[in-house]
Design a protein around this ligand. Structure first.
Ligand SMILES: NC(=O)c1ccc[n+]([C@@H]2O[C@H](COP(=O)([O-])OP(=O)(O)OC[C@H]3O[C@@H](n4cnc5c(N)ncnc54)[C@H](O)[C@@H]3O)[C@@H](O)[C@H]2O)c1
Length: 440
C-alpha cells in the first residue's frame, strides 16, 4: 500500500519505518527541514535501539522516502496518517493545533480517494472533527464533489520508547477505530504480518481507549508510590510488597516500581488531557486529580528528603545519574529527573549530571548552571551526594569503589530503587531509596 505519514517524530518515524518493513511504500513528511535532511542522509534524529539499522535497510530497499512538503508525496496515497504532536496546551487541555494544521493541509491538496488515519493521541471527538476539517478544506479548494471519498479512522499508538520496534512488530493488540467495514479492512491489511489481535472499536472508543490505557498505567505508578510512602513509615519494603501484589495475574507486575513518579512525553499530558476532557463533559474525574497530585508530591518528597538529610542543599555539590524520563531513551520531555534537578537548582544546589543518551536534549531545558560529566563516575567527583534519577541498566555496572573514593560524602539517594540490590552499604555508602522501610 502507499502510505503517507505526516509528522516524522518519535511515533511517525518508528511506525513509518515499521510499515515499510511490512512491505508498504511509505513517504514520511515533516515540516522540520533539518530533521528531514538528517533522515535523508540516513541519520536518525533521536535515540532508539535498532532504528538506525532499520532506516538504512528501508532506504536501501527504496521503501521509504522523506519530504518536507505534503504536495510532493500525496499523489497516489491510499492512507494518509497523521502522527504529529499533541502536547499539553492551555490548562492541561490537549493542544490540537498541529493536528488541525495537518488536516487543513490534507484537505487543500487531496484530489483522490483516501483513508485519513489519526495516529496521534487525541481527545474524544477529534477524529470526526478532523474529517470535517479535511472535507471543508477540500470544498474550499473547489473539490466539494470529492469529499465523500475521504474517510477517517483512528489508529492509536501504544509503543514504548526503548522497545519501540519490538512493540511495533509484536504489539499486545492493534486498536482500530472506524465507522465502516472498508476502513477496518484497509487497516487490518496494513498490519498484515503482525500477528496481534485486532480490536475493532468505534472512533470514540478508540480515542478514549488510548487515554484510558495511559491513565491506568499512571494510576498504578501513583498507587505504588502511595504504598511506598506507607512502607517508609511502617518498616515494610515496597519492592517486596509490589512483587507479591504483582504476582496476582489480575494485577500484573508492570508499573509497580516506586520512585520519583511517572514522566515522559505521554503520561503527564495524556492524564491531564483526559482529566480536562472529562471536565468538559460535566464529569469530575476525581481519581485522576489524585494521580496527578501524588505524582507531583512524590518528586517534591524526594527533593525534601535530600534537603533534609544534607541539612539544606544550598552550595552542596550533587551528582545526578539519569536525566531521561526512563532508561533506554534520550527523551527528556516531562522527565521526573529534569523536574527534580530544576527544583534542586532552585534551592541553590550545584548539579553535575550524567546520562548515557539524554544530555544533549537535557542541556536545552536545564538551567545553564547545571554541569555535565562525560562518565557516571566523573559526575561524582567531590559530590556531597549522588542522586539516581533514571533506571539506566549500566548504572549497576559502575565501579562503586571508584565512586566512593571520589565523593566528598559517600551518600546515595536512589529515586528509582535502581541500586537497592547493589550492596552499596558494603562499599561504605549511606543509601536512601523510596519506600524501603527498615531495609535502608
Ligand atoms: N512518543 C511516544 O512514546 C508516543 C507513544 C504513543 C503515542 N504517542 C502520540 O503520538 C503523537 C506524536 O508523538 P511524538 O512523540 O512522535 O511527537 P514528536 O513531537 O516527536 O513528533 C511530531 C512531529 O510532527 C511534526 N509536525 C508537526 N506539525 C506538522 C505538520 N503540519 N506537517 C508535518 N509535520 C508536522 C514535528 O515537526 C515533529 O517532528 C502524539 O499525539 C503522542 O501523544 C507518542
Amino acid at each position: 500500500m502507499n502510505v503517507v505519514m505526516i509528522g516524522t517524530g518519535y511515533v511517525g518515524l518508528v511506525t513509518g519505518l515499521g510499515f515499510a518493513k511490512l512491505g508498504h511504500r511509505v513517504a514520511c513528511v515533516d515540516t522540520d527541514v533539518a530533521k528531514i535532511a538528517r533522515l535523508d542522509r540516513g541519520e536518525t534524529p533521536f535515540y532508539e535501539p535498532g532504528l538506525p539499522e532499520l532506516l538504512r535497510e528501508m532506504q536501501e530497499a527504496g521503501r521509504v522516502v522523506f519530504a518536507t512538503d505534503l504536495a510532493d508525496v500525496i499523489g497516489g496515497a491510499e492512507i494518509i496518517m497523521i502522527a504529529v504532536g499533541t502536547p499539553a496546551g492551555r490548562d492541561g487541555f490537549a493542544d490540537l493545533s498541529y493536528v488541525e494544521a495537518a488536516a487543513d493541509c490534507i484537505g487543500k491538496l487531496l484530489d483522490h480517494e483516501a483513508l485519513v488515519v489519526l495516529k496521534s493521541s487525541v481527545p474524544v471527538g477529534t477524529n470526526r472533527d478532523v474529517l470535517a476539517r479535511v472535507r471543508r478544506a477540500m470544498g474550499a479548494a473547489g473539490r466539494e464533489a470529492l469529499t465523500s471519498v475521504v474517510t477517517i479512522a483512528s489508529l492509536p499508538e501504544f509503543l514504548r520508547p526503548g522497545f519501540a520496534l519490538r512493540d511495533f512488530m509484536e504489539p499486545d493488540r492493534v486498536v482500530i477505530g472506524a465507522d465502516d467495514a472498508v476502513a477496518q479492512q484497509t487497516l487490518d491489511r496494513l498490519h498484515d504480518g503482525i500477528k496481534a489481535t485486532r480490536a475493532f472499536l468505534s472512533l470514540e472508543s478508540a480515542e478514549l481507549a488510548k487515554y484510558a490505557a495511559n491513565a491506568l498505567l499512571a494510576t498504578k505508578v501513583s498507587f505504588i508510590n502511595e504504598i511506598a510512602n506507607i512502607a517508609e513509615r511502617t518498616g515494610a519494603d515496597v519492592r517486596e510488597v509490589a512483587r507479591a501484589v504483582g504476582m496476582d495475574r489480575r494485577i500484573g507486575p508492570h508499573f509497580l516500581q516506586a520512585g520519583i513518579g511517572y514522566g515522559g512525553s505521554c503520561f503527564p499530558k495524556d492524564v491531564s488531557a483526559l482529566h480536562q476532557m472529562a471536565g468538559t463533559t460535566g464529569y469530575e474525574f476525581k481519581l485522576l486529580s489524585a494521580v496527578i497530585e501524588v505524582n507531583n508530591a512524590q518528586r517534591e518528597r524526594f527533593v525534601s528528603r535530600v534537603a533534609e538529610e544534607l541539612d539544606g542543599v544550598r552550595g552542596r555539590r550533587l551528582a545526578v545519574w539519569g536525566l531521561a524520563f526512563k532508561g533506554g531513551t534520550d527523551d527528556v520531555r516531562g522527565s521526573s529527573a529534569i523536574d527534580v534537578v530544576q527544583r534542586l537548582v532552585g534551592l541553590g544546589a550545584e548539579i553535575v549530571a550524567y546520562d548515557p543518551e539524554g544530555m544533549e536534549l537535557a542541556r536545552r531545558t536545564l538551567p545553564a548552571s547545571v554541569q555535565f560529566a562525560t562518565t557516571a563516575v566523573d559526575a561524582t567527583t567531590g559530590a556531597d551526594a549522588l542522586l539516581v534519577l533514571t533506571d539506566w541498566p549500566e548504572f549497576k555496572d559502575v565501579s562503586f569503589a571508584a565512586v566512593h573514593d571520589r565523593m566528598a560524602e559517600p551518600r546515595v539517594f536512589d529515586g528509582r530503587n535502581h541500586l537497592a540490590d547493589s550492596g552499596l552499604k558494603e562499599f561504605g555508602f549511606t543509601y536512601h531509596g523510596v519506600g524501603l522501610g527498615s531495609r535502608e
